[in-house]
Design a protein around this ligand. Sequence first.
Ligand code: F6R
Length: 247
Amino acid sequence: MKINMDIIKCKDEDEIGRRAASLVAETIHREPHCILGLATGSTPVGMYKNLVKLYEQGTLDFSKVRSFNLDEYYPIQPEDPQSYRYFMNENLFDHINIDPANTYVPHGNSENPEMVCEAYDLMIQAAGGIDLQVLGIGNNGHIAFNEPSDHFPAGTHVVDLQESTIKANARFFDSEQDVPRQAISMGIGSILRAKRIILLASGEAKAEAVKACIEGPITPLCPASALQLHPDVTVFVDEAAAKLLSK
Ligand code: F6R
């Protein structure tokens, strides 16, 4: 089978964090005005730590970088510690010299989320599009909050979270009841418009989703399989997440 994506097998999560951060850093060195697409969740935390380290060492300058996050819970206040805005401030933005006005996360507290979605796609387009999109992958093959379904959503949209995602994300909340039931998420179309994509996956729980994403049929039942349609995807996987891959 011909595999379109560049697969980088890493020993563990630490190596994924280091190597993904150096790829992001190379992009910023090459294009100081670049637009980054960013993800939350456990997977990119190591990458963010390494980016902060490079900034502290004086080798990385974020002053001209702009960023768009993939998603945000709905409804949620930005100052809520469970919000993705809060997560990004805590894990990256508060520790580097990015201009906070240049960091975009969908507003989870608007009374008109549909308008937030429409405006978000227009802002990405007006900024010139995403140069490098960072993705994690859900155990069910979701990317951003594009859940398995009968179609690939095109643009940023409001999503009803699936039971499996609510359960998987409950670990960050006091209880499963506290997990918001909806989210605002970039669509598969928005993600595929990025010039370059990196997907990070670690741990055995991701092994089936990683296999379906890379080697399975292109189907909205595994939203990440749409990445096979993109010409420039690099996947960083650790041994556990790669264990079902044929090569
Ligand atoms: C988060 C996001 C999600 C996560 C995915 C994996 O912005 O878009 O698709 O990437 O749920 O989450 P972790 O890394 O916590 O396993």
